[in-house]
Write a protein that binds this ligand. Structure first.
Ligand code: AMP
Length: 277
């Protein structure tokens, strides 16, 4: 595993045409599955590790976000990644920078509840694309709105990269793997899988023709009665990422909940990801 820590080192390593997996580190099997999918698509697979300050809001977990670079590198080596790019914040943001803002798909949900988050995400992803010049970039469907944002940005700005969105890797009980799961206490962890179960239950109800608002509010109520704070559960429509009251061709059930101070997001896609409009 080649460790690259500056933009110059990336230029010298001539990684153009690679497959890139952007991450914030604290790697788990979800990230590693993206690496192995990337390996099937490209000879050279690189992973960026950068806890991007601009996508964290005031009062969010930027300073306590888990960081373990040595362990991450060991995992990447075992997963067969060729190189890792871990830049310094000062090199990425030497001054207040140009921001990418993607309309419509960022209006609601994470975009609304975390103002500035997707501007931070879109900007760092475009910078990583400019620095590394990947032919392919691989993202996890776990962060579904992020996938929609990046897809729209790449189309709108004619960025010459092929995007691939890969399935969410889950714990044995269905909880989506996340770097933030380490924040859960053992009693919170014990009930956390009910979040995804609720999304699945909604999905079954809706595909059986149940009414959309009723099914969603039942799911919200049942999670709240278990001790979850529900930020939202909704049926959304692609490509707008806005709510819909009827099932169409391109829908997903999305959710965000809090257990204590830990916030988790998850979703259930109701169509094959390669068809994402
Ligand atoms: P992060 O480090 O959280 O920014 O995530 C880096 C990439 O890994 C993003 O494209 C995420 O969507 C993806 N990812 C995170 N968790 C999972 C998971 N459980 N399964 C698959 N991909 C994931």
């Amino acid at each position: 595993l080649t460790v690259l820590t500056s933009v110059d080192q990336v230029r010298e390593a001539k990684v153009m045409g690679c497959a890139l997996v952007p991450t914030m580190g604290a790697l788990h099997e979800g990230h590693l599955s993206l690496v192995s999918k990337a390996k099937r698509r490209n000879e050279s697979v690189g992973v960026s590790i950068f806890v991007n300050p601009t996508q964290f809001g005031v009062g969010e977990d930027f300073s306590k976000y888990p960081r373990n670079f040595d362990r991450d590198c060991q995992m990447l080596e075992e997963a067969g990644a060729d190189w890792v790019f871990a830049p310094q914040t000062e090199e990425i943001y030497p001054r207040a920078s140009t921001q990418i803002s993607v309309p419509i798909v960022t209006e609601l949900y994470e975009g609304k509840l975390r103002p500035g988050h997707f501007e931070g995400v879109a900007t760092i992803v475009l910078k990583l694309f400019q620095i590394c010049g990947p032919a392919q970039a691989i993202f996890g469907l776990k962060d579904l709105q992020q996938c929609a944002v990046i897809k729209r940005m790449v189309e709108d700005l004619n960025v010459p990269v092929n995007l691939h969105f890969e399935e969410t890797v889950r714990e044995w009980d269905g909880l989506a793997k996340s770097s933030r799961n380490v924040y859960l206490s053992s009693s919170q962890r014990a009930i956390a899988s009910k979040f995804y179960l609720a999304l699945q239950h909604c999905g079954q109800g809706l595909t059986n023709g149940e009414n959309v608002p009723g099914t969603i509010s039942k799911a919200v109520q049942s999670l709240e009665s278990e001790g979850f704070s529900v930020d939202y559960i909704d049926l959304i429509d692609f490509p707008t990422f806005h709510p819909t009251a009827t099932l169409g061709d391109f829908n997903a059930i999305i959710g965000a909940i809090r257990l204590g101070t830990t916030r988790l997001i998850d979703n259930l896609l109701l169509f094959p990801p390669q068809n994402m409009p």
